[in-house]
Design a protein around this ligand. Structure first.
Ligand code: SMG
Ligand code: MG
Length: 415
């Protein structure tokens, strides 16, 4: 009976996928000691860190960036500067000045790092980047704070080893396709002008921020002005509810690559229900906190595409595990952005060079964000940025620029 045959094959297919998802989730929860896995393949016993500078900078944006949760006019960034017995390492915390994108924010991250994270790490003679997650496991959450430390540890460790982060993570390409995230504009005309400028710059994909009331007509205007050839997607930053499903369905005729995070962070089931009512694929950002969540979200149909932001998930090693899980499950991924300086941008480009990153990311050129960056600027060439090849993150920090932007500085030492 064809009907029974179909249901048997569907059952087999579902259980095969479930097994794969379980395996992926287990691997993500406790990665096996595989020497090709950066999480396991340490570059040595880990550096000895003698002091850590916590530096807060205020760096103005070239233009205000409005999202459904607020407007940014400058970035309040926490930088981590490790001073080790064998060299230095830099990290950047992606938390924003206010807890609008997620519950983390810069001031809290600085406090947590100084009072809870660094004391645990510095109490050990040596800690490798791969061990860092385990040492900090007893502290719940605060993934952006942990990721900033991991970035600095990776930079120091890989500089000593003479290896680039891209090679360490398993990069498959030397340059990556770049998209740009366009904030909510005051008027439709301003939006069209901004998009036109970015297309002239050569960006390969446009992401429009949306919110209720500034969505369908704005997106339609961009589609009509620039035509079907422009790769277009939208990001709601959790501004809708499931009751908006019919309204969001009006996006379906606009040929979008995806809609990013329409519902609040914790509503995985809500996203699964919404996905069944849209033809536009759902991509999750805020909701994806780990490789385990990514596997579960894909399995339950909450998303079919994942935005990977290392800061949001606790660091580059977890980001790599999410990449691996998504690749195994056939879900495309792309690298998100948090308005990073050249430090975080360098690391994101290394990640975005991994084979599963098949969609252009929010890895835009430095001049889209800042008049003057704290590293040499990343410049767009034919819509792409080059992946740094030098040891560690592969960038040198311009200390005089950092100093000029510094709003607070403290030094933490062991014991
Ligand atoms: O770095 O180009 C960037 C910003 C990309 O839109 C972007 N990020 O939800 O994806 C997102 C937002 C989070 C930060 S908004 C201040
Ligand atoms: Mg987003």
């Amino acid at each position: 009976m064809p009907c029974m045959g179909k249901s048997r094959s569907v059952t087999t297919w579902v259980s095969a996928i479930s097994a794969l998802v379980r395996l992926a989730a287990e691997m993500a929860a406790s990665p096996p000691p595989d020497p090709t896995d950066p999480g396991a393949a340490t570059t040595g016993p880990g550096p000895r860190v003698e002091a850590v500078e916590l530096i807060r900078i205020a760096i103005p944006l070239v233009a205000p960036f409005r999202t459904s949760f607020g407007v940014q006019t400058q970035r309040d960034v926490l930088l981590i500067h490790l001073l080790g017995d064998s060299g230095e390492g830099w990290g950047e915390c992606v938390a924003m000045g206010e807890p609008g994108y997620s519950s983390e924010y810069t001031e809290a991250a600085e406090q947590l790092i100084g009072q809870h994270l660094l004391p645990r790490l510095l109490a050990r003679r040596r800690v490798s980047a791969a061990e860092l997650g385990g040492v900090l496991e007893s502290i719940r959450g605060h993934r952006m704070a942990k990721a900033a430390l991991e970035m600095a540890w990776l930079d120091l460790e890989l500089r000593v080893a003479g290896m680039s982060l891209a090679d360490y993570l398993g990069a498959a390409r030397t340059e990556v396709d770049c998209g740009v995230s366009v904030g909510i504009a005051d008027t439709r005309e301003q939006l069209l002008e901004t998009v036109a400028g970015y297309l002239d710059d050569g960006y390969r994909r446009i992401k429009l921020k949306i919110e209720p009331g500034l969505d369908i007509e704005r997106v339609r205007a961009v589609r009509e002005r620039f035509g079907p050839g422009v790769v277009l997607q939208v990001d709601a930053n959790a501004a809708y509810t499931l009751a908006d499903a019919e309204h969001l369905g009006r996006l379906d005729e606009l040929g979008l690559v995806l809609i990013e995070q329409p519902l609040p962070e914790e509503q995985l089931l809500g996203h699964a229900k919404l996905a069944r009512r849209l033809t536009t694929p759902i991509c999750l950002d805020e909701s994806i906190l780990s490789a385990t969540v990514a596997a579960e979200a894909i399995e339950m149909g909450a998303c079919s595409i994942v935005n990977i932001k290392p800061g949001r998930v606790g660091g580059y090693l977890e980001a790599k595990r999410i990449h691996d899980v998504c690749l195994a499950l056939g879900a495309p991924v792309w690298c998100g952005g948090m308005l990073e300086t050249g430090i975080g941008r360098a690391a994101n480009l290394a990640l975005a060079a991994l084979p599963g990153f098949t969609l252009p990311g929010d890895t835009s050129a430095s001049d889209r964000y800042f008049h003057e960056d704290i590293t040499a600027p990343f410049v767009l060439h034919s819509g792409r940025l080059r992946v740094p090849t030098g040891p560690g993150l592969g960038v040198d920090v311009r200390r005089e620029v950092v100093d000029a932007l510094t709003t607070r500085r403290s030094l933490v030492r062991p014991g």
